[in-house]
Design a protein around this ligand. Sequence first.
Ligand SMILES: [Zn+2]
Length: 449
Amino acid sequence: MTAIAPAILPPSTSAAYFGHEVCRSQPAARRSLFITSYSTRLERVSSPENLSVAARLADAPSVRDTILAAAAAAHGLPGTDPRAMTHSWLFTGPPGAGRALAAQAFAAALMCPAEPGRGCGTCETCRGILGPEPRHTDLVFIRPEGLTIGVDGVRDMIRDAATRPTVAPWRVVIYDKADRLTDSAANSLLKTVEEPSSTTVLILCAPSTAPEDFSQTLRSRCRHLYIPAPTVDQIVEDLVAEGASPADARLAAVTSLRNVGRARQLVQNTDAQRRRTMAINLAEDIFHGSGAFVAASRLITNVTNEAKTINEAKNAKEDEEIAMAFGAGAKGKGAAKVQSEIKKEIKKREPARRSRQKRTQYDLLDTALVDLMGIYRDALMLKVGAAVEATHPDFSGLAGDLAARVSEEGLVAAQNAIVLCRERLLVNLDPTMALNGLVGRLRIACRAR
Ligand SMILES: [Zn+2]
């Protein structure tokens, strides 16, 4: 089998397409806001501070109607149906659809003193709850960072959920990434979810398109609300409003599979663009003998370094907060003791930090694998003549070559190999072993021998 000519695929293809000008034109404050975590259409760009909850959810009418009906019923507004409200909720939806922001909007509608049951969007309560770092005395917002969450990780939340609100009529507990709960953690939450305090609303958020993936026992005790992914046009509109070119915005929307956070990262972050190119190019590299293993190991190094950079910044910020909390800068007798307390506290965080590093690395690698899967999917669509939009329109040359050289079964097998690799990474297999296995399977699937 002849190798695919590398000439058709300059490594800079997508970086050039995405254009660095866009990055420079971004207002600095917006550029870093949600790059590595999440963000969504539910936060309108024009004047986010002034929009009511209804306006913020305008792009997702089914979500808006459910949330506002529930909040209105919770406040007993005239003409509302009390059955619209319940205490335990599960918000699911594809990654980047805005589950957490929908939960924040719900909290604002419940807690807003200016327009109870509606959420004015302008009062101090609303602005605190709807901001990038949600805050309010009676709001508990938890976004865990480890690979999985055990019983220890939910203990505080159980206590918080049992506490009465202090100023707002409701205490709202939002648990993002609840899909990371271990079975035992999920079980320890059962009672809280089943019979929460009468003044508590619990919202579990899980990135999933199939709610059956989520703990069956918890799911059956919650009311489920699906947060759909935004349309390509909605994402393009948002990214263009933030300064991206329409072409970049459209490519990012399509290639991110309508994940707003990921799309935004692609138009703004050249490292993310480079990683995407590396991942997609693996489909070509596998035709070049050992070159594919080298490319895979380069991808792992890139991901590991990026995860380190992200977490070093987080660690430094935490160190600073710890030092502040312990009263660093003290002089005299107490100074040495304070320093040793600070050191001890930082050391205590080490296991959590290692777990966070692993999770970041996993997330970045998983995104790369989803990118790689997209090129085999594009090739398969071409092969069977399906008239669907390509996942990677800027790599149509590679998709065409794969379609010409690899059988239909081979393209399916390649995608299955990627699914298997993602699963193996999730159960904590060493990334090098997982990716070497993947390269081997891709070579067999594509008969690259
Ligand atoms: Zn308000």
